[in-house]
Design a protein around this ligand. Structure first.
Ligand code: 13P
Length: 250
């Protein structure tokens, strides 16, 4: 389906001073990768990460951005700032940002539109909580998240977006969704995108799975028809583990 992309989400881990060597390590460990390899790092690590990735196949992403161009937004980082650093990707609407930093479907949409306007590739995260899964409202919730995230985005721009399906109950818990559960929701997301745009646009969009993906379970998840990659937290912090996941994405 979409282009295979394995992206590491470092979250609030690794120091700026550790970043150059670690990105070089990732580049070396994933040499010859058959998929796109991305490291998403904290803002303050980005310039070292970009420097280390230069001349390699590794691409660099940020973990958030602000939707305004500039101005009095203390503590925030704009799309232009990320572009100026030569960052290619940006994670938007991660469940940790929705949960702890008041990210909403509306700000996710504004951020996605700003990222696309400036030429950054948004990785838009969606996913349900355990309560929502148990209440049987998973697909209803995710359909709403996708529709709101893509509101006002043209077909040409939509085809550039990466969607990451991350069930909240699987993040950092060691409790992975089964390959069947992940495929069911990723296929559901592809259907919603077909409804919003058309078949060929939906087929072009990369849909990743994220949530305790690791060196052991990656191959089974990535073999599914509608899973075009992974957004990897914990296992992206060890280059050997990350490289096994990258190698599984063929
Ligand atoms: P873990 O791989 O640590 O579960 O994190 C997943 C995630 O949130 C990636 O964005």
């Amino acid at each position: 389906m979409g282009k295979y992309i394995i992206a590491g989400n470092w979250k609030m881990n690794k120091l700026p001073s550790e970043t150059y060597d670690y990105v070089k390590e990732v580049a070396e460990a994933t040499k010859g990768a058959a998929c796109e390899v991305v490291c998403c790092t904290p803002f303050v690590n980005l310039s070292e990460a970009v420097k280390a990735a230069e001349g390699t196949h590794v691409k660099i992403g940020a973990e958030n951005l602000h939707f305004e161009d500039s101005g009095a937004y203390t503590g925030e980082v704009s799309a232009d700032m990320l572009c100026d650093l030569k960052v290619d990707y940006v994670i938007i609407g991660h469940s940790e940002r929705r949960q702890y930093f008041a990210e909403t479907d509306e700000t996710v949409n504004l951020k996605a539109k700003k990222a696309l306007e400036k030429g950054l590739i948004p990785i838009i995260c969606v996913g349900e909580s355990l309560d929502q899964r148990e209440a049987g409202v998973t697909m209803e919730l995710i359909t709403g998240q996708i529709k709101k995230a893509f509101d006002g985005i043209s077909k040409t721009d939509a085809a550039k977006v990466v969607v990451a399906y991350e069930p909240i109950w699987a993040i950092g818990t060691g409790k992975t969704a089964t390959a069947e559960q992940a495929e069911e929701v990723c296929a559901g997301i592809r259907n919603v995108l077909t409804e919003l745009y058309d078949d060929s646009c939906a087929a072009e969009i990369t849909i990743q799975y994220g949530g305790s993906m690791n060196a052991k379970n990656a191959a089974e998840l990535l073999a599914k028809e509608n899973i075009d990659g992974g957004l990897i937290g914990g296992a992206s912090l060890k280059s050997a583990d990350f490289a096994v996941i990258v190698a599984a994405a063929k």
